[in-house]
Write a protein that binds this ligand. Sequence first.
Ligand code: NDP
Length: 239
Amino acid sequence: MSRSVLVTGGNRGIGLAIAQAFADAGDKVAITYRSGEPPKELVAQGVLAVRCDITDPEQVEQAYKEIESTHGNVEVLIANAGITRDQLLMRMTEEDFSVVLDTNLTGTFRVVKRANRGMLRAKKGRVVLISSAVGLLGAPGQANYAASKAGLVGFARSLARELGSRNITFNVVAPGLVDTDMARQLSDEQRTAIVTNVPLARLAQPEEIAAAVRFLASDDASYITGAVIPVDGGLGMGH
Ligand code: NDP
């Protein structure tokens, strides 16, 4: 059955792979993109691309209106858009901290809250939040990012309790280091140091994150809510 799926930040990296996976499965997929051009290959497949900066509530509202008028209410939401602004605490500015929180955590709140309206009416819904292994393990230079990603866990688990009786599930995927532009911002030394601690001894490919997300949105995951699924090659084992 074809569902209305929204992937935020679906123009590149992990979001692009997630959008591709749902489109390949025959769902009606919408992506948001903040800058640049929407990905041609997805648009050619009929994916709806809507420009939206999730730090702006007005743009979130407009994006939902456009998606709803084309695909109907969003039934599956993948809150993927996120940023890093790495800095040691001594040098981390108030802006470094607040812009990361406003995008990764409050931005997710904005898109989830808006999707919830239609999901409540439909009495069903699937929400998957893209957190990070760093949210659970911490990382030097990433206090802002880790705080935002750990925040997503409490957010999802609260909503899992609040809205479980309405047949809406909230789950979190916590990737390790994934081969995208975000990972390419790290130095070779930083990447090597992380991979040294990964039992599978390599970075993840975006498609490997997409596979877990698709599972959580599928009928096979009907009794899973409030879960944090690591897709990290074993990096965070035991947390
Ligand atoms: P990229 O940097 O490749 O892509 C980030 C995406 O988020 C882009 O589509 C970007 O849009 C979008 N975005 C950023 N800020 C906003 C905003 N204010 N409004 C709307 N969209 C925005 O990152 P990845 O694909 O690697 O990461 C995707 C998610 O996975 C993020 O939440 C990240 O934290 C998480 N993650 C990534 C890991 C990794 O190693 N790569 C590891 C663990 C988690 P634009 O193109 O316009 O900038």
